[in-house]
Design a protein around this ligand. Structure first.
Ligand SMILES: NC(=O)C1=CN([C@@H]2O[C@H](COP(=O)(O)OP(=O)(O)OC[C@H]3O[C@@H](n4cnc5c(N)ncnc54)[C@H](O)[C@@H]3O)[C@@H](O)[C@H]2O)C=CC1
Ligand SMILES: O=C(CO)COP(=O)(O)O
Length: 330
């Protein structure tokens, strides 16, 4: 089995570590020469994981023709880059290939889910199917082989099983699923709630507040996901509540970190002025706000985060407004 990983960032490196540990022939492709050289020559990706030794069998290159002959191609770039990397790899796909999506969010203009974007960007004769490999998994922990479970979700059950077998080992356990809509909605929407979790911590609120946010957050994720065809039970699994918990509670989460700085400063301007990291929940809040308005879905937390990020509302007022909304039964 030959696997190529597109993207040499944080999650691509986590995935490569798992595959190399499983004795899979794995090569990372990336555009950042420093990172690629670091991985190939020093077996490190120091930009993201200073003190972590990578499996020395991970190969890395800036030559896109490495995609040739791959049985599986894993896409580990931010959602804004998915369509363009699909177009870049297409000439080098020489058979029906399983494309593994690991990105969490929506297309920046069409608002499509990631599997939809990939199916629209890669011709049918080069695509076996799309498998979304998603769930609660901070790369910082996976590279250190900390026990992790996530899901291989696909409309093609055979390809989902292939990915399950290829990635599973004693520290990385993969379940399979077929609710593509519910799973991809769950992992996308949790990022905006994680920004809100960081904001609340930055404002100085505590554990009661976070528990309230996670509980009411999953309620609005379910309302939104069901309206688009996701199954309710999916949101109770790894790609729903599982990913919501890890992102809302972990200091590793860049969504949480971004929210924390916004809460501490009591303004999102600090984010727009300084952020250089991949923070998917910010754009997702905009997409979800727009789609929810169109469909008339009640999304109070996401809407407040949208107002903080895009309308200059101060987070302290947002938090109070959420508490003082019309009272209702749970
Ligand atoms: N970091 C994590 O723990 C996890 C991240 N994810 C998801 O994975 C996706 C990628 O995130 P990270 O790896 O964390 O981001 P990152 O910022 O650490 O790395 C992104 C990589 O994509 C590359 N890239 C960006 N635009 C590109 C383009 N046009 N062509 C080629 N390469 C390009 C960058 O050079 C970089 O190597 C996101 O959607 C994120 O939500 C999912 C699970 C865990
Ligand atoms: O999706 C993730 C963990 O499951 C990573 O979260 P962040 O993008 O917030 O770091």
């Amino acid at each position: 089995m030959k696997v190529t990983i597109i993207g040499s960032g944080s999650w691509g490196t986590g995935i490569a570590q798992v595959l190399a540990d499983n004795h899979v022939d794995v090569t990372m492709w990336g555009i950042e020469e420093d990172q690629i050289n670091d991985i190939q020559n020093n077996h490190k990706n120091s930009m993201f994981f200073k003190d972590v030794d990578l499996n020395p069998n991970i190969k890395a290159t800036t030559d896109i023709s490495v995609v040739n002959g791959s049985d599986v191609v894993v896409l580990s770039v931010p959602t804004i880059a998915i369509e363009s990397v699909c177009k870049q790899i297409t000439p080098y796909l020489d058979k029906k290939t399983i494309i593994v999506n690991t990105s969490k969010g929506f297309h920046p203009e069409t608002n499509e889910r990631m599997s939809e974007v990939i199916r629209h960007s890669i011709p049918e004769d080069k695509l076996s199917s799309v498998v979304s490999l998603i769930g609660p998994s901070h790369a910082e922990e996976v590279v250190q082989r900390i026990l992790t479970t996530i899901s291989a979700v696909s409309l093609n059950p055979e390809d989902a099983k292939t990915i399950q077998k290829t990635f599973s080992n004693e520290y990385f356990r993969i379940y399979t699923g077929n609710d593509e809509i519910g799973s991809e909605m769950g992992v996308a929407l949790k990022n905006s709630i994680a920004v809100a979790s960081g904001v609340l911590s930055g404002l100085g609120y505590g554990d009661n507040t976070r528990a309230a946010l996670i509980t009411r957050g999953i309620a609005e994720i379910i309302r939104f996901g069901e309206a688009f065809g996701g199954k309710r039970e999916t949101f109770m699994g790894l790609t729903g509540i599982g990913d919501l918990i890890v992102t809302c509670t972990s200091p590793h989460s860049r969504n949480f970190q971004a929210g924390y700085e916004i809460g501490k400063a009591n303004t999102a301007q600090i984010f727009w002025d300084t952020n250089k990291k991949t923070v998917e929940g910010v754009r997702t809040a905009k997409v979800v706000h727009e789609l929810a308005e169109e469909k008339g879905i009640e999304m109070p937390i996401t809407n407040e985060i949208y107002k903080v990020l895009y309308e200059g509302k101060d987070p302290a007022t947002s938090a109070k407004d959420l508490m003082l909304r019309q009272l209702k039964p749970e």
